[in-house]
Design a protein around this ligand. Structure first.
Ligand code: KG4
Ligand code: ZN
Length: 339
């Protein structure tokens, strides 16, 4: 009999639940919170209220889809942090009560570790390859941009990270400046497909070592548009695809060049990407090209496991369950952390 683990993710604005049978996902359900798009970003108080409304139906749907009764569960795994505290509290409180009610172990999961652990989810056919240790992972999300050496499922070392904005945040802010909805990353990605990435160029940071910086790029994009709009108020509308393609290319180039540098410095040739921005088609194809040149073994997660999801929490829960790394009712959520 496999171990069935329920994963619960509520760190930001998506309420998500997934059921895993050992390392195979049986269901992966999420309720998105449309309410934030009119505010151009996530409103924490509204997010936690929406989690409260969504959590029970989402978990119910995940169990039903997996065709699993709650009494068959071996453990409950939940995101403890980092994230929005009010949002995390909803998932944590539900998980604690559920695990206590069922008398099964409670497992706390670090959201950033979980993004990386998504690479260890197996498909039903159990085909496909997984990165071998040690591998290098570029984790790129709305809140984080990190280069991580993964030595083991739970032995991860950050060797570079952003000193200001995250890559996803940069996509979202650029989108906001152009009047696109929140979160803007996927909109830029879509529009960029029809645009010329060489049309406009923006300043790239010069940050030492393996760290990243995106705040200068954001400002240069803002000032560039402000100047052009003075000459032509319809500048954004008339050039949207080229603007999206050009800003996307700049962000992707920054990410890829640091990843390349990290691979050269560490000598690691198993390379992975994780997090919401790893859904970006420019990043995916840019890395596919580079990995052919460099003979890397490249691991790109399926789209369903890039942006926030509970499958990644469930797989991390599974590996912790095997190690009997259980949490306690006294564990409290945390807003910030490395690992
Ligand atoms: O990992 P994630 O879902 O949440 C955090 O942990 O932050 O990442 C969300 C970020 C957002 O900034 C969103 O705009 C970005 O991922 N994103 C993308 C794409 N899909 C999601 N950015 C660029 N291209 C995409 N296709
Ligand atoms: Zn995330």
């Amino acid at each position: 009999m496999p171990y069935y683990i329920l994963g619960i993710e509520s760190s930001c604005d998506d309420t998500a639940a997934a059921v895993i049978a050992d390392d195979v996902i049986l269901s992966n359900v999420a309720a998105n919170q449309e309410i934030h798009s009119s505010f151009g970003g996530v409103v924490p108080e509204l997010a936690s209220r929406a989690h409260q409304q969504n959590i029970i139906p989402v978990i119910h749907a995940a169990l039903q889809k997996a065709n699993i009764g709650k009494n068959q569960l071996s453990a409950v795994a939940y995101t403890r942090g980092p994230g929005l505290l009010g949002s995390l509290l909803v998932g944590a409180s539900f998980s604690k009560a559920f695990a206590m009610g069922l008398s099964i172990p409670l497992i706390e999961v670090n959201h950033l570790q979980a993004h990386i652990m998504a690479h260890f989810i197996r498909n039903v056919e159990k085909t496909g390859t997984m990165p071998s240790f040690p591998f290098l992972c570029l984790t790129v999300s709305g809140g984080h941009t990190q280069l991580v050496i993964v030595k083991d499922h739970f032995d991860m070392h950050i060797i570079g990270q952003t000193i200001d904005d995250a890559a996803g945040e940069t996509f979202d802010k650029a989108a906001k400046i152009m009047g696109l909805p929140y979160p803007g990353g996927p909109f830029i990605d879509k529009l960029a497909r029809e645009g010329n990435p060489e049309r406009f160029s923006f300043s790239k940071p010069n940050v030492p070592l393996l760290d990243f910086s995106f705040s200068g790029l954001k400002t240069s994009f803002l000032y560039f548009l402000r100047d052009r709009l003075k000459e032509d108020p319809r500048f954004i509308e008339n050039n949207k695809a080229d603007l999206c393609a050009s800003i996307q290319k700049t962000i992707v180039d920054i990410l890829i060049s640091k990843l390349d540098k990290a691979a050269a410095q560490t000598g690691i040739r198993d390379i992975a990407i994780a997090g919401g921005v790893s859904a970006n088609s420019g990043l995916r194809s840019g890395l596919e090209n580079l990995s052919q040149q460099k003979s890397w073994n490249l691991y790109i997660p399926p789209l369903a496991y890039t942006t926030d999801n509970a499958a990644m929490i469930a797989i991390t829960g599974y590996f912790k369950f095997l190690k009997k790394e259980f949490g306690s009712q006294a564990d409290t959520p945390y807003a910030r952390s490395s690992f």
